[in-house]
Write a protein that binds this ligand. Sequence first.
Ligand SMILES: *Cc1c(COP(=O)(O)O)cnc(C)c1O
Ligand SMILES: [Zn+2]
Length: 401
Amino acid sequence: MYHLVCVHCGATYSADEILYNCKKCGHLLAVKYPLDTITVKRSTWDARPLSVWRYKELLPVHIEPVSLQEGGTPLYHLKRLGEEMGLKHLYAKHEGMNPSGSFKDRGMTVGVSMAIQLKKKSVACASTGNTSASLAVYAAKAGIPAVVLLPAGHVAVGKIAQALMHGAKVISIRGNFDRALEMVHDLCLTHGLYLLNSINPYRLEGQKTIGFEAIDQLGCVPDRIVLPVGNAGNISAVYKGLLELEALDFINSLPKMTGIQATGASPVVRAIKENLPVVQTEENPETLASAIRIGAPVNAEKALVAIRKTGGTAESVTDDEILAMQRDLARKEGIGVEPASAASVAGIRKLVEMGAIDRDEKIVCVVTGHLLKDPETVIKQCEPPIEIDADLPSLLSALHL
Ligand SMILES: *Cc1c(COP(=O)(O)O)cnc(C)c1O
Ligand SMILES: [Zn+2]
């Protein structure tokens, strides 16, 4: 049986308490397992299909999970892009291949299962888009209502389409994500909905399995894991999971945790570069990579630890660098991702150019969400289709044949 522990002051709480923050100091809570009593064998995991639930001994869910077969996403060797950058071992873990098209599904299968386990009747979140799409999907599967708060005008159309179609109550607020999160937090505390943003300790438990899968697929611990960073939940989650694997003696080294942000929304990068003890929030974050348009990253404190303790780094990339990598992934590797996802690989390209990366490193870039999430940004970058009369000569002429 696990319990909850404050990441700041170490106060502990029992597993059945519904809490999002430490009652003593207000900081975030994390799930802590009695690792010395967990006796699972590597071979037991290896015998199960690659998925979030392969690792159920390190997850808090005891009931039949609310699952749509999330995880088990492909790990692609980026041969062509790697060659261009002089990297032999560059990989992308395509989290866009999850049921709702982003890694948020790993968190939501666990988070919504926990909502049921804790006997909650409804769920809610604030979202830059993917969290709401994923919550809508899993609430539908669980048969419970979901409320999602979005920053008006700043959510990609594919994500809104999903939240609406899967039946969530979708509210657009005239404010940014950071404000939407404050509001939904208040709503949940006062009206008993179960909050499934990344301050929820259980959601991150699901997300840590990205790191587990990457190791299982690669057959070894990569030298570096690179993630786009918004609220910094994912990078913190992956690091936490790796610490657990190390404590279980399943691995004996840690990858350099590397976080990439957009130049217009890069408080974590600044804290790392200027060696600040805490992240200073940005009032008006701006980037077309809407999934990482966040000025006050909720999990920043944990992310700084993950990056610093593993000798990793953080770097920012411009929107142009992000879009260029989105096109390169699509056209040179056949991997379709949304802009925020391309940030991880764009960050590696930049770090290589800066000479900050050993070219022999085994590098896993997490590409977080699918191309079709944000078709508008795609269409804007591409030439429109060539419209012709319906005859062969017109076709040949359009093809310059
Ligand atoms: C949520 C999200 C991110 C950011 O993850 P955090 O855990 O908030 O740092 C990055 N990319 C995509 C596609 C996302 O949906
Ligand atoms: Zn505390």
